[in-house]
Design a binder for this molecule. Structure first.
Ligand SMILES: *Cc1c(COP(=O)(O)O)cnc(C)c1O
Length: 369
């Protein structure tokens, strides 16, 4: 039994003094938001780190996704093919844009959208695909682009989990029309709350600038209807500080992932969802699938860990498609793999400072019959 609760995650923070020093200039400038110096600096740093041509910072990942979709001015009621195996934000962003999510099944091996099923879901009302690089696992970006090109669809990736991931040597933010990252406190890289859209078409920058700041173009000029989704300077500075430490955060994650991985390899009925081929990973989560070969169900394992003060999470269960508020709005599609994984998945406690002893205890608990 562990004395202190172990939660699934623990926000990464720079040393206290580093952040305090970094925010000191704000007491001189009194410039706290509205695309200030640190907002601009973080956009530049992120372009370099992510290896993408354009970045637009936002107040959070959800607004980045919602506004990225809005930027394309799709007609109301149009259909968007997406995955139900995700955080609800993805589905909400589609519905809040008055678009119709059409749920596509996922791949059993890594939880990403099953690209072989996308085409059968396309109708004359389909305008976009919104796939998710779930757990930082990379979707089949080539095939998805091929389909998008063939049917003239936009591709907007929810890359909330994929900060720093590269595929075939290229930053993950270079695929699709837009990729959206979340910098929420619980993500690999955080700005407390925050997010960003990455894209190659510079026209999207202008569009998002309007949408995130009320369409304001000048003291007396408003050119469009917009929201307020700007990142403030305290958040941007947190981002700049955390970015100094990002390689350590990811190395520490990798080390812990490998300890889990070798321990779990010895346990029958437990399988991992990670990818290796062509991908440099960010080790954002530690998902396991509790298969039929394991002596107890996912829920029983979840409860057993909970009794030992270890709080794993059932990410992602239920499917967003199975929530009443969403199901009523959607046509029914075949989601066999998504339901299978969703009922068996458990994400274990995982963060850069997680004690190695804690991992050993978790592994023992999972291993004992
Ligand atoms: C975290 C997350 C979001 C939303 O990001 P916020 O910054 O919390 O608004 C969107 N999609 C997925 C898959 C996420 O995990």
């Amino acid at each position: 039994m562990i004395k202190d609760k172990i939660l699934v995650t623990h926000s990464s923070m720079p040393p206290y003094e580093e952040y305090i020093e970094a925010i000191r200039p704000l007491w001189e400038s009194h410039w706290l938001t509205n695309m200030g110096q640190y907002h601009q600096e973080l956009e530049e740093r992120l372009k370099e780190y992510l290896g993408v041509p354009n970045v637009s910072l936002m107040v959070n990942g959800h607004m980045a996704l919602e506004l990225a979709i809005q930027a394309f001015d799709f007609p109301a009621g149009a259909e968007v093919i997406t995955t139900p195996f995700t955080f609800v934000s993805t589905t909400h962003a589609i519905i809040r844009n008055r678009l119709q999510p059409v749920f596509c099944d996922i791949r059993l091996e890594d939880g990403t959208i099953d690209e072989t099923r996308i085409e059968s879901l396309i109708t004359d009302r389909t305008v976009a695909i919104v796939p998710v690089h779930v757990y930082g696992n990379v979707c089949n970006v080539e095939k998805i682009q091929e389909i998008a090109d063939k049917y003239h669809l936009k591709v907007i990736y929810d890359a909330a989990h994929a900060f720093g991931v590269t595929y075939k040597g290229k930053g993950i933010g270079n695929y699709g029309d837009v990729s959206v990252f979340s910098f929420h406190a619980t993500k690999v890289f955080n700005t407390i709350e925050g997010g960003a859209a990455a894209f190659s078409d510079p026209g999207i920058y202008e569009k998002l600038a309007d949408l995130k700041n009320f369409g304001i173009r000048g003291e007396e000029l408003v050119t469009g209807i917009g929201a307020n989704a700007k990142m403030n300077e305290f958040a941007a500075i947190m981002g700049l500080c955390n970015l100094h430490h990002i390689s350590t955060y990811i190395e520490e994650r990798k080390r812990r992932y490998e300890i889990y991985e070798s321990g779990l390899a010895k346990i029958d009925g437990i399988r991992l969802l990670g990818q290796e081929k062509d991908v440099v990973r960010n080790y954002s989560y530690m998902p396991i699938v509790v298969e039929d070969g394991y002596p107890v169900s996912r829920d029983e394992l979840y409860n057993k860990l909970k009794e030992a003060n270890i709080f794993a999470r059932k990410y992602f269960y239920p499917l967003t498609a199975d929530q009443d508020c969403i199901r009523n709005k959607c046509k029914e599609t075949e989601l066999k793999n998504a339901r299978n994984i969703s009922e068996r998945v458990l994400t274990l406690p995982f963060y850069p400072t997680l004690g190695i002893e804690a991992i050993d205890i978790i592994l023992q608990l999972i291993a004992e019959k």
